[in-house]
Design a protein around this ligand. Structure first.
Ligand SMILES: Cc1ncc(COP(=O)(O)O)c(C=O)c1O
Length: 375
């Protein structure tokens, strides 16, 4: 296995704790431990937790809380992982064990982890694209059908989508499910941004539309808890979940006991709703700021409004590439933004707007300063 550099994560790893302003985050301002457990008695209990190995596939209460979000699932349909990153990794690693079925059809643009892992495991990435129709990003279903071959093992989608913030409802999910069923394929549905919708309506899960689906997700984005490194895979086949569990024996063994405990608390229905309400408020208010900023610069930027997630993906017509622009922003303005090139779409920028408002405004001002220099 030889992995190519994961550009987006590398640039964040190298710079996010060094520069002044980071507009690369796709989640919202993180919560604190005391936001999750304000009362002293529970805090005391947490402090007294023995730092032992935890139940390796996630404790039963945590898996019950997760399975409660997927109709018909119970704790045995869930494997808890270290972030959605591990959930995606185990899922792909497990699927790509047959030499004559080593192709996965992947939605583009996308978070580039899944394509990177497929290539690293000597698999083949067969792309299908989102296309623009009536000012919206929609999956090119004809393109999806023609991307499937005899060697295809699965279709990988990301809904809500990173980097566009587009969401795909029942019509598209049913159509993708039908295409997958006809070709006897798995669907991997990365739903990490489900719950961060601007209109407050939960994006439907592929779990409701297809049996052979592996849904991956985590608490990193919508729940503002990326530091817990707590993710999951949900699948209606319990033997398949058990098989994935045995793969995690080779990666991280278990989630940390503190993360498992705090995640169980965060996912209790009342607190979960409170967290989602906070997230949607941040996403909506901050998107208003970014939208206004983009509209005032309509000669430079065009965009499709995101439907979910604290990200937008505008296209610009500046005289430099996005890679050059973001490199200059980093060096000259101590501002980090992800260039479209890292999603295979040059002349775009992925702007993350979920962190503090002052931070966002300061970042946009520095971007403005650079645009003035370039003009
Ligand atoms: C679509 C998508 N999937 C997975 C991940 C990884 O998330 P986690 O922090 O839960 O590992 C990210 C992170 O940005 C993402 O955007």
């Amino acid at each position: 296995m030889r992995l190519e550099p994961f550009e987006l994560e590398r640039i964040q790893s190298e710079w996010e704790h060094v520069i002044d302003i980071n507009l690369t985050e796709s989640g919202v301002e993180p919560l604190t431990i005391s936001d999750l457990i304000p009362d002293e008695e529970t805090q005391r209990k947490l402090i007294e937790t023995k730092l032992a190995y935890s139940q390796t596939n996630g404790t039963v209460p945590l898996r019950e809380a997760i399975s409660g979000m997927y109709q018909g699932a119970d704790a045995d349909n869930v494997l808890v992982t270290n972030g959605a990153a591990e959930a995606n990794f185990l899922t792909i690693w497990n699927l790509l064990h047959e030499h004559d079925a080593n192709e996965i059809v992947v939605m583009f643009p996308n978070y580039m982890q899944i394509p990177g892992i497929i290539k690293g495991l000597n698999g083949v990435v067969s792309p299908f694209h989102l296309e623009m129709e009536k000012g919206e990003w929609i999956p090119d279903l004809g393109g999806l059908e023609s991307a499937i071959s005899k060697k295809t093992k699965a279709i990988a989608i990301c809904n809500p989508n990173n980097p566009t913030g587009a969401t795909f409802g029942p019509t598209y999910l049913k159509a993708i499910a039908e295409i997958a069923a006809d070709a006897h394929l798995w669907v991997i549905s990365d739903e990490i941004y489900q719950g961060a919708e601007l209109d407050g309506k939960l994006t439907p899960t592929m779990f409701d539309y297809y049996d052979k689906v592996l849904v991956t997700s985590s608490l990193s984005k919508v729940y503002g808890l990326p530091g817990l490194r707590l993710g999951w895979v949900v699948c209606s086949s319990k033997p398949h979940v058990a098989e994935l569990w045995s793969y995690s024996d080779y990666t991280t063994i278990c989630p940390t006991i503190l993360s498992d405990t705090l995640a169980t608390i965060a996912l209790q229905p009342e607190l979960r709703m409170k967290i989602l309400t906070r997230t949607r408020k941040i996403v909506k208010e901050h998107w208003d700021i970014v939208r206004k900023w983009l509209d005032e610069r309509s000669g430079i930027f065009e965009y499709v409004a995101p439907k979910a997630a604290a990200i937008c993906f505008p296209r610009h017509n500046l005289s430099v590439s996005s890679l050059e622009l973001t490199t200059r922003l980093l060096k000259e303005k101590s501002l980090l933004i992800i260039p479209g090139e890292h999603f295979g779409m040059p002349m775009h920028l992925r702007i993350g707007f979920g962190y503090e408002e002052d931070h966002l405004n300061a970042g946009l001002s520095r971007l403005d300063e650079m645009i003035k220099i370039l003009k």
